[in-house]
Design a protein. Sequence first.
Length: 198
Amino acid sequence: MKKLFVGLVSMLLMLCITGCSGESEEPISTESETESTPTQLDSYVGGELTDLMAAVEELGYEATYYNQGEDWTEILPMDDTWSQDFLVGELDEDPDAKTVSVDLKLKVNAEQEEMEGALEEKLNTVSAWKAVEKYGRIFYGTDDFEVDYLVGQISAFAEDENTWSLKATGKLYGSDVTCEAMVTGTSENPEVLSLNVY
């Protein structure tokens, strides 16, 4: 009871002090709240472009579509099937002006990124490259083969959900070469399926 009384007295003193100061308290701005509020079209990010285009039309928005930085606003309507090849990437919506700027993402690229992410968890590229280097050193000799996968990597992409297709520069018997390899397995137990050096 004593704590409750002390708390009430403290609050009463605070009210008296702020009430006597003569300064009026300004209302708290809700501007920052509106900035973080999701816009009407945010839910379409990662979804089908055709769905977003229908929503844009329904809302009366004017949209600008970008494919890898190029303005595709005039190109997309030329062929109805093209819009089916894209997903919605990032978007910048201005509800007051009823405009939206949309970055397009090719479905095949999104699927490839997803497959590579899953493969990276199972078999990371560093383990795959180390397996290639070990395999090459066994085949060509310890001192005669080297893969420059850190600075000389040309490509590393998922051939399928279990296999990396790797390409990098390297050295064989002191000469510059290009190494291509296919690696499967896990990070703990990678298996080189093929190695081509030219």
